[in-house]
Design a protein around this ligand. Structure first.
Ligand SMILES: Cc1cc2nc3c(=O)[nH]c(=O)nc-3n(C[C@H](O)[C@H](O)[C@H](O)COP(=O)(O)OP(=O)(O)OC[C@H]3O[C@@H](n4cnc5c(N)ncnc54)[C@H](O)[C@@H]3O)c2cc1C
Length: 348
């Protein structure tokens, strides 16, 4: 089998590895303008703090992702996967009560540490309602991950740095620039909006900004979370963020984004810091917060791997495995991830 993958973000990378594992011949094309996977904080957090619920399919995604990232570290010879403790500073009495209620339920206890006196009295000026620790969290050093995998594919001559040109595609035959493929899969992130074959899907572009900061005095044993995250990277450096601006395609860091993160940081730390970097990116999101996977309704050799939203690093490994099983073995893609939940219209 010969497969062309368009896009070398976390989706395209995980997909390409799945394909190689299935003994496919793989060609990747990327125009070298990554604005999501390389900007991300790369945090994998099983808990949705807003309502103290578990993230979608977390018991499937987390173990699969952890194994895959360990394997990819081994394959590329680069370390980018880091286990992490996330400490939530409760934002209200109600959050504390939710945690107390859920911490011992069987489905939650794998991800929530049982509250201790130390958690409740955690010595931080901003601790008003107590704190709690999340289990099985981690983060991927996103820049390191993208660089390591691109280097890996380049060393094997599998990655072309160029823009995919739709004028040179025959979608019915899956022939691109005269080469015939068994499948062509588009993993273009937010740029799928401009893809003439998949532009009908309701993909949204959600801008996010993130800071890299340095502080000699900030708490760095765990990642703190309330209103925003503070992720310790080592060497007194941290990532802090992020912001959400819907339907925005630009990747320009703004004064407003800086102000928002700076303001939100006050809810977890009063320590002084210096801003080292300020970056912005665009998440490929869908209103129902589910991915966009599947074969094109009209062209059965053309597929999409997109819609990873704010959780690409948790979702990509298993979703790309499911997509490959769909392509080669006809295994059904779960209904809530399949693009056929949206009506096809050719000219929208
Ligand atoms: C500020 C911020 C913080 C985030 N934090 C986290 C986090 O902590 N944890 C987490 O899991 N997720 C996080 N995310 C979300 C995460 O980044 C996304 O879910 C993920 O990166 C999407 O990956 P992707 O491969 O679909 O898209 P992308 O990373 O955008 O990759 C798409 C690739 O396709 C290429 N491409 C597009 N069109 C073409 C074309 N026509 N020809 C050739 N190449 C093309 C682009 O160059 C790009 O490299 C964050 C995002 C942002 C913006």
């Amino acid at each position: 089998m010969k497969v062309l993958v368009v896009g070398c973000g976390v989706a395209g990378i995980c997909l390409a590895h799945e394909l190689l594992q299935a003994d496919c011949e793989v060609q990747l094309i990327d125009k070298g303008q990554n604005v999501s996977s390389s900007v991300a904080a790369g945090i994998i957090n099983p808990i949705v703090f807003r309502r103290m619920t578990l993230s979608w399919r977390v018991s499937e995604f987390i173990p699969f992702a952890y194994n895959r990232y360990r394997e990819l570290e081994h394959k590329t010879g680069v370390s980018f996967f880091h286990p992490l403790v996330i400490r939530r500073l409760f934002a209200s009495e109600q959050e504390l009560e939710f945690w107390k209620k859920k911490q011992n339920l069987p489905e939650y206890s794998d991800y929530m540490e049982t509250l201790t006196k130390e958690d409740l009295e955690f010595p931080l000026e901003q601790n008003t309602f107590g704190t709690a620790r999340v289990k099985q969290a981690s983060y991927i050093d996103a820049k390191g991950f993208i660089r390591a995998n691109r280097d890996y594919f380049q060393s094997k001559n599998l990655l072309l740095e160029e823009n995919f040109n739709h004028d040179e595609l025959n979608p019915a035959e899956a022939v691109y620039k005269g080469t015939r493929y068994d499948f062509i899969v588009f993993a273009e992130g937010k740029d799928s909006t401009y893809n003439p074959l998949f532009g009908y899907l309701p993909l949204q572009q959600t801008k996010g900004e993130v800071l890299t900061i340095r502080s000699e005095t900030m708490y760095s044993d765990e990642s703190l979370n309330r209103k925003c995250f503070l992720l310790p990277l080592g060497n007194n450096e941290f990532k802090a963020g992020s912001t959400y601006v819907w339907n925005t395609d630009d990747t320009i860091p703004t004064e407003e984004g800086l102000q928002t993160i700076t303001e939100n940081l006050k809810s977890i730390t009063s320590e002084p810091y210096e801003v080292l970097e300020h970056n912005a990116g665009v998440r490929p999101t869908v209103l129902d917060r589910r991915p966009l996977l599947g074969l094109h309704p009209e062209y059965p050799k053309i597929a999409i791997a997109n819609g990873l939203g704010a959780k690409g690093y948790m979702l990509a490994p298993l979703l790309m495995n499911e997509l490959v099983q769909h392509l080669f073995e006809g295994k059904e893609i779960p209904k809530d991830s399949h693009i056929n939940r949206f009506a096809y219209s050719k000219h929208s």
